[in-house]
Design a binder for this molecule. Structure first.
Ligand code: NAD
Length: 505
């Protein structure tokens, strides 16, 4: 069978098998109380995929009530090993559905299928990793005070965890939050992004049919941010919100959660630099730079969207970059050979396009790859590089969140550090040099949460994940997630007869 037929058949199968989506509350798939639905569109064709129940305040209330009941009931009193057995079972169930989940994710988001296959396989690792992490590392400290006291800490689950996630890598980011939330003993209400509901729904089905979690432990309320999301944030019985999304949304959420004194983890936007010195391994740096901005269709929080290349090698490097860009395969996300697919939604497409128009007005030279003509219906933006950019431009300061790379040059270390830090974001950064002393120096001087030296964005799940400045608050990943998903309690035990003031004696 030809490749085009394979994609055609897969799309037809997805079209006929993808049903309308309900909310998952207290172990049941239900309509929204209002019966309202919203349309979910396919990025490649811009046609309707299905209708999704539009959760509102009353649905969030139901889900939180179910989650609270489960927390106070069976789930809250489970022995640790039993709880972790459930978490391992979720991982096993995901593994049985990798192909289906990956196709759904590509169909729904426009992300190339070669990528969604990798991401979905990694999602089950999130569950196993956190189950292992909790059994090995969720331990308290003991503080001995001579013979008088032994004080010790324990980690207790917090209660109902509200998880709010974006559309750019939905399944990966949802599981990255659900896994530590459940493994540490909380119950969950997930509010997935409205533009990408398919895999969250599939996960609810898998958990319902194959894992048998106690009712109410895991709930999914689909819906819009301003309604479903905001109700979750404001709810008095939701103890914490783990949010990944735009910086402006994060700040709105913190205001909305202030009255109920919510605990927040904020994983926000980025505009990360890649700094390439003239002694770098240029071929590998080119691979990493191209992949880092154009993978995930450029919709990647840690994308290296600002290139600073040393002026001695700038011409050679930029020529090679242009050659790569012109050869990137843009196409149908369901085609295994596609490297860049369509952007998620028409609104986002308009936003990214408007930045490319602005770049020209701001004085950039725009160089673009190619989108095959037959793909005019989808939201395709060709891989784009903005040459002659500088830090004063909006296109360099603001997160575009598409396949668009701004290109700048630099002369020395001091200058490039200043330029790299001259943005409000601080999520990630990448440094390429064979001089390792310089590599460490520059990496440590960049104001960002995560730096890589001579490397693309390779994640180590044990390390802290998160951003500085306007890119976030707090860290997830490894045992850093315990800080957020548990309450640390200290118990002070008097061993001897310490003095107690005797008022009124
Ligand atoms: P977004 O902020 O528009 O939406 C994210 C989620 O928040 C969605 O589920 C949305 O419905 C919900 N939401 C919107 N308004 C809300 C409100 N008032 N109250 C509660 N919930 C609300 O972000 P997006 O466009 O879906 O995702 C792209 C952004 O996410 C980019 O800025 C990207 O950098 C960021 N991101 C960050 C990371 C990270 O780890 N730092 C990872 C992935 C994406």
């Amino acid at each position: 069978m030809s490749r085009v037929n394979v994609e055609h058949d897969l799309r037809q199968t997805l079209q006929t098998s993808t049903k309308d989506i309900k909310l998952y509350i207290d172990g049941k798939f239900v309509d929204a109380e209002s019966k309202e639905q919203f349309e979910n569109l396919e990025p490649f064709t811009n046609e309707k995929i299905n209708a999704v129940a539009s959760g509102q305040k009353e649905d969030v209330n139901k889900a939180v009530l179910a989650a609270r009941k489960a927390f106070k009931g069976e789930w809250g009193s489970l022995k640790l090993q039993k709880r972790l057995d459930y978490v391992y079972r979720i991982a096993d169930a995901i593994d049985r559905h990798v192909d289906e989940l990956a196709s759904l994710e590509s169909y729904d988001t426009g992300l190339p299928i070669f990528l969604t296959k990798k991401m979905v396989s990694r999602a089950s690792r999130n569950f196993r990793f956190y189950a292992e992490m909790v059994s090995a590392r969720m331990v308290g400290d003991a503080y001995r005070v001579d013979d008088d006291f032994l004080n010790y800490t324990i980690h207790k689950p917090v209660g109902v965890a509200g998880l709010i996630t974006p559309w750019n890598a939905p399944f990966m980011l949802e599981t990255w939050k659900i896994a530590p939330a459940l493994a540490t003993g909380n119950t969950v209400v997930l509010k997935p992004a409205e533009w990408s509901p398919l895999t969250a729904d599939k996960l609810a089905q898998i958990i319902d049919e194959e894992v048998g979690l106690p009712e109410g432990v895991f709930n999914v309320v689909h819906g819009f941010g301003e309604t479903a999301g905001a109700s979750l944030v404001a709810h008095e019985d939701v103890e914490l919100i783990s949010f990944t999304g735009e910086t402006s949304t994060g700040s709105e959420i913190m205001k909305n959660g202030a009255d109920s004194l919510k605990r927040f983890s904020m994983e926000l936007g980025g505009k990360s630099p890649i700094i390439i010195f003239d002694d770098a391994d240029l071929e590998r740096a080119l691979d990493a730079c191209t992949w880092g901005i154009f993978s995930f269709n450029g919709e990647r929080c840690t994308a290296n969207s600002r290139l600073y290349v040393h002026e001695n090698i700038a011409e050679e490097f930029i020529d090679s970059l242009k050659e790569r860009v012109s050869k990137i395969k843009v196409g149908d996300p369901l085609d295994e050979e596609t490297q860049v697919g369509p952007l998620i939604h028409n609104d986002h497409y308009e936003k990214v396009n408007s930045y490319i128009e602005l770049a020209e007005k701001e004085g950039c030279r725009v160089f673009q790859g190619k989108v095959p003509e037959e793909y005019s219906r989808g939201h395709f933006i060709p891989p784009t590089i903005l040459l002659n950019a500088d830090n004063s431009m909006k296109v360099v300061q603001e997160e575009i969140f598409g396949p668009v790379l701004t290109v700048m040059t630099f002369r020395d270390e001091e200058e490039v550090i200043e330029k790299a830090n001259d943005v409000r974001y601080g999520l990630a950064g990448y440094v390429w040099t064979k001089d390792l002393q310089r590599g460490h120096r520059v990496a440590q001087a960049v104001d960002a949460g995560m730096l890589w030296i001579n490397s693309q964005n390779v994640r180590d799940l044990r390390t802290p994940f998160g951003g500085a400045k306007h890119s976030g608050i707090g860290r997830e990943g490894g045992y850093y997630a315990f800080e957020f998903f548990t309450e640390t309690q200290v118990i002070h035990v008097a061993l001897g007869e310490h003095p107690i003031p005797q008022f009124g004696k």
